[in-house]
Ligand binder design. Sequence first.
Ligand code: NI
Length: 210
Amino acid sequence: MDLFKNPRGNRRNPLLWIVIIGALVLYTQYEGSLFGDPDDPRVSQAMLTGGDIGGPFALIDHTGQAVTDADYLGKHMLVYFGYSWCPDVCPIDLLVVGEVMSRIENAEAKLQPLFITLDPARDTVEKLAGYVPNFHDSLIGLTGPPAATEDAAKRYRVYHRSAKKDEADTEYLVDHSSILYLMGPDGKFLTHFMPKLGPDKIVRDIERYL
Ligand code: NI
């Protein structure tokens, strides 16, 4: 599967790769095919047409720096919302993001991939610092106070629902839509992709905008 032909070989964390491979197996079993089935109701719920998606955010990156959307102006942004505990969808989608970055020539000069957490309670700066480099060196993880990540998710109209049972529950899942947003160098929404389409199609589509 060419998903794994990543010349950068970000394979620093063998445990993560075990999780990813397990997730791939589950995903293909339950979904039928890795990049098929775009008819996820959560996706269609968030099928977006307007230009009012995205906007300002003020968060903290995985190095501990306070950042805002303005810090990324001048480059296209490829924005994905998820959480590092996600057992299946997020790791697969972030592999696609890593592949996309590896396949576009000089991608890092033109395109900034961002992973914004939907689970700031567990996705601390330290947790994200250990997570995002597994997918691509250029991937930036963003967290922050819950009100700030929630505001960002709202602006991007991201569906998400935590299954946290009570305060003591630390192993909860978060159901969420999985959409990649392409924003222009001016920060405005251009288009969105379903990561399930796979890196080939997404690269072709992104290159039309770069
Ligand atoms: Ni996820």
